[in-house]
Ligand binder design. Structure first.
Ligand SMILES: Cc1cc2nc3c(=O)[nH]c(=O)nc-3n(C[C@H](O)[C@H](O)[C@H](O)COP(=O)(O)O)c2cc1C
Length: 355
């Protein structure tokens, strides 16, 4: 649920749900109705922290490298205090080596609430060590990346989507990680490597045997990358809860996964420029002061990265927040030339007419 303005570090005004904000064209009014999430989510086989986590909020924020960093997660939290959020993928090598240039290696998840930390790698021992470090840093669960198609990860490092081709190694990693930590372990994977190898069900069975608590399934193969539409299979007979992922953008998009036996949904790209979307899909209101929200996000980014890094990094967020609005391309061009935080704040205030 949306944080109340009193509890929120910023004053977020909310629009009347009966009259959705005109700045939210992606949410047709007929799809803005909340669905019956109690019916959607039945967890007969899970226990402890997981069931509590899901009963509070069953729509996850997906891991998005370069997007779901600490400042972005803080933004999602403003609207969805209990939503399960997943970090950007973190390399087990950089984490165990405590690489100083990678700020996220030092995040304190204990203050972030319901956050799962995603690791990637192909080294069994390093993956277990990385999971321990993240558990100590306060992560509520560990997610293992078994779907990233990027060649640097899946081909050269033998990690991510490569693990869909090597279930033996995948099993060794899952086993080691499950035994290394006391918190739950999940995996995030795809339908398979390509059309000839749609063997996600086998990998889910291996995961269940290893003690993995749940899995997120992106309805594409590795070969599809992000092309075409995600197609979700029937998962009703899977031994662990499966979270639906791929092209889910509105509350209406939750209906099919529910019918197919999924236990929750995970939202990725639709969150870009809309950190309130999960709250909205749970029936919350859409904000009508987007400019204030953009300024708050910028403040969090400045606090985390410092001005030199935050200002260029924020350009993509400014573009997503303004997408589809009048004069947004002029705004993007302007923002792309700005180097200082003060100038960026002025541009944001001008664009959203904040006095
Ligand atoms: C920019 C970007 C970064 C991503 N980074 C990760 C990542 O770090 N770990 C991961 O498991 N998936 C990653 N993904 C995949 C998404 O989590 C998700 O599976 C995919 O975008 C499909 O969901 P969507 O249609 O809701 O976006 C990334 C996708 C994008 C577009």
């Amino acid at each position: 649920m949306l944080t109340s303005p009193q509890n929120s570090p910023m004053n977020i005004n909310v629009a009347n749900p009966a009259n959705p904000s005109p700045s939210l064209p992606w949410m047709p009014p007929d799809q803005a109705r909340p669905i019956n999430l109690n019916k959607f989510l039945i967890f007969p086989f899970i226990d402890g922290i997981i069931s509590q986590m899901f009963s509070n909020n069953q729509i996850f924020a997906a891991p998005l490298a370069g997007v779901t960093d600490r400042p972005f997660r803080r933004m999602v939290r403003l609207f969805s205090p209990d939503a399960p959020l997943v970090t950007e993928m973190i390399s087990c090598h950089s984490l165990v080596g405590a690489h100083k240039n990678c700020l996220r290696n030092f995040d304190n998840y204990a203050i972030e609430g319901n956050v799962g930390a995603q690791i990637f790698g192909a080294d069994v021992n390093l993956m277990a060590d990385a999971a321990r470090i993240l558990q100590d840093a306060g992560a509520k669960w560990i997610d293992i990346n078994m779907g990233c198609p990027v060649p640097k990860v899946a081909t050269r490092a033998g990690a991510g989507a490569h693990l869909m081709r090597d279930h033996r190694l995948a099993g060794q990693i899952m086993n080691a990680v499950v035994h290394a930590v006391q918190i739950p372990v999940s995996i995030k994977t795809r339908l398979g490597w390509d059309d000839e190898h749609r063997d996600w069900r086998d990998l889910i069975n291996v995961a269940a045997d290893c003690g993995v608590k749940f899995a997120a399934l992106h309805g594409r193969t590795r070969a599809q990358l992000y092309l075409g539409h995600a197609e979700l299979p029937d998962v009703s007979d899977c031994p662990i809860p499966i979270i639906a992922n791929g092209d889910i953008k509105t509350a209406g998009d939750l209906v099919l996964p529910e019918k197919l036996g999924f236990s929750g949904a995970m939202i990725g790209r639709a969150l870009m420029g809309r950190p309130w979307l999960i709250s909205q899909m749970h029936g919350g209101n859409a904000p009508d002061n987007i400019g204030e929200i953009v300024l708050q996000h910028l403040e969090y980014a400045l606090e985390y990265y410092g001005e030199k890094t935050a200002v260029p990094m924020f350009r993509k967020h400014a573009a997503w927040y303004s997408a589809g609005m009048k004069n947004s391309s002029d705004f993007r061009i302007k923002v792309n030339q700005i180097e200082s935080a003060d100038a960026l704040k002025v541009a944001i205030r001008d664009f959203w007419s904040i006095i």
